[in-house]
Design a binder for this molecule. Structure first.
Ligand SMILES: Cc1cc2nc3c(=O)[nH]c(=O)nc-3n(C[C@H](O)[C@H](O)[C@H](O)COP(=O)(O)OP(=O)(O)OC[C@H]3O[C@@H](n4cnc5c(N)ncnc54)[C@H](O)[C@@H]3O)c2cc1C
Length: 412
């Protein structure tokens, strides 16, 4: 039996490979690196079911000029990269029409509503339920003006019936005593729980996949051999070739480089993000926190406290600029005055970002035996179990439980 080859052993590819293998198929997972070393390594660990709204919404546009003019702001476009970003940016603009926004919100909400059904099942089957924490996430506001500026976000959640609870300053500090008294208001998202160690989740799933008979191959996919039926083999950079009956391309932000070899254009960009992992923070936290006006996130993880966020548009090849990680830590200390920063590690990862914020989960429009799972943006960890389930349905010809049209690759 020819194998299904999944390219990319990030959380998305591993979730898909596991789900296909579980269905008793012969699956090979190929990555140029060990599993989980891409964006899935250092994300903010949040199952962020309340964060599906399109980045092209009016509230973001309103803040954009201020953000872009501030070199320490939450969004930075490296000047040299601006010309390359134009086609993506025009599509981002097109995704801002009010009627389009409603469609995109609905497409994100459909996935988010399924997240716990799929994630709970995946964690239970693999014995990893302990990796999902019970606590939610706080969105913080210094005052009424900051809260009002984020009102659009809350209104969208209300429209889709996602749980949230508004709290005053004292009530928040009762729940999270390390927070500064400068916080006057917060919204608790009880369902935005987190994963204690997102990297370990990928490696544990990859191990379970192998225990079920799945094969992991280390190799850099550099090309495709094609026949009438579609792709027949993958060519690796070292000259090896990997026969394939079906191919799923889940190479994160690098997927468009592979799809281009099949003459399929995906308007995929990288939204580069940073984290600082603080091993001995000197405080303890139960919830993760986001301060929208300061644009950072803090998550308690198995290996200390993780501070992260930010969006840097600079392409796939530019070296990291770790000043961005340090700015986030400075901001985090405004919220958590007792936070100590002794021993830390810094990291940068590539969020695979589509201009309309909705991931691609579907068949190639050009090759009969190729599928794509990419563009999960800020929510790849959140959507992973659901993408694994939906993609396994598509590849095996089972009708998925949701309408897959909004996620097709040729929608742009
Ligand atoms: C700072 C930051 C914070 C984030 N926080 C969150 C969060 O809290 N919650 C959330 O849900 N999401 C979050 N995300 C987003 C999330 O991490 C990503 O959406 C997700 O990791 C994408 O997974 P992936 O498997 O598609 O890509 P990746 O994890 O990048 O995996 C892609 C894999 O493909 C491989 N590959 C690429 N090209 C080739 C090739 N030619 N041949 C072989 N292998 C190849 C790479 O080596 C890599 O292992 C965050 C991201 C960042 C950067």
């Amino acid at each position: 039996m020819s194998s299904i080859v999944v390219v990319g052993a990030g959380i998305i590819g591993v979730a898909i490979a596991y789900e296909l293998q579980r269905r008793d198929l012969a699956v090979t997972l190929v990555d140029r690196d060990a599993p989980g070393r891409g964006a899935s390594y250092g994300n903010m660990a949040s199952i962020a079911v309340t964060e599906f709204m399109p980045a092209s919404r009016p509230g973001i546009w309103a803040q954009m000029p201020k953000w872009l003019l501030d070199p320490e702001g939450p969004v930075r476009i490296r000047p040299g990269y601006m010309p390359k970003l134009v086609p993506w940016f025009l599509r981002f603009l097109a995704a801002s029409r009010p009627s389009k926004l409603r469609e995109l919100e609905a497409a994100g909400a459909v996935l988010c509503r399924r997240v716990y059904e799929d994630l709970d099942a995946l964690l239970k089957e693999t014995g990893l339920t302990h990796m999902l924490t019970a606590e939610g996430c706080f969105s913080l506001y210094a005052d009424e003006a900051e809260f009002k500026a984020d009102r659009e976000h809350i209104e969208i959640l209300e429209r889709f019936g996602l749980r949230h609870e508004i709290l005053g300053g004292n009530a928040i500090r009762d729940l999270e005593p390390a927070l500064t008294t400068k916080i006057g208001k917060a919204v608790l998202f009880p369902d935005n729980r987190s994963i204690t160690d997102p990297y370990r989740l990928v490696t544990a799933l990859a191990e379970t996949f192998q225990a079920l008979g799945g094969k992991v191959v280390e190799g850099d996919v550099a090309g495709f051999e094609q026949s009438e039926a579609g792709v027949s083999a993958l060519r690796l950079a070292d000259g090896r070739s990997l026969a394939a009956g079906k191919v799923v391309l889940a190479a994160g932000a690098f997927t468009a480089r592979l799809s281009a070899l099949l003459r399929e254009y995906i308007p995929l960009e990288t939204e580069r993000g940073y984290h600082t992992q603080i091993m001995e923070p000197g405080i303890s936290m139960r919830h993760s926190i986001i301060w929208p006006a300061r644009a950072f996130m803090v998550t308690p993880t198995a290996g200390g406290i993780r501070v992260g966020g930010t969006v840097e548009m600079a392409g796939l090849d530019a070296p990291p600029d770790y000043r961005r990680a340090r700015i986030l830590v400075m901001r985090a200390r405004e919220a958590l005055p007792e936070l100590k920063t002794g021993e830390v590690t810094e990291w940068m990862g590539h969020r695979p970002a589509l201009p309309d914020t909705v991931p691609v989960i579907g068949p190639s429009a050009k090759r009969g035996n190729v599928w794509y799972a990419t563009g999960h943006g800020h929510l790849g960890l959140t959507y992973a179990a659901t993408t694994g389930r939906l993609m396994a349905d598509l590849v095996t010809g089972v009708q998925p439980p949701v309408d897959m049209k909004p996620y097709r690759v040729d929608r742009f």
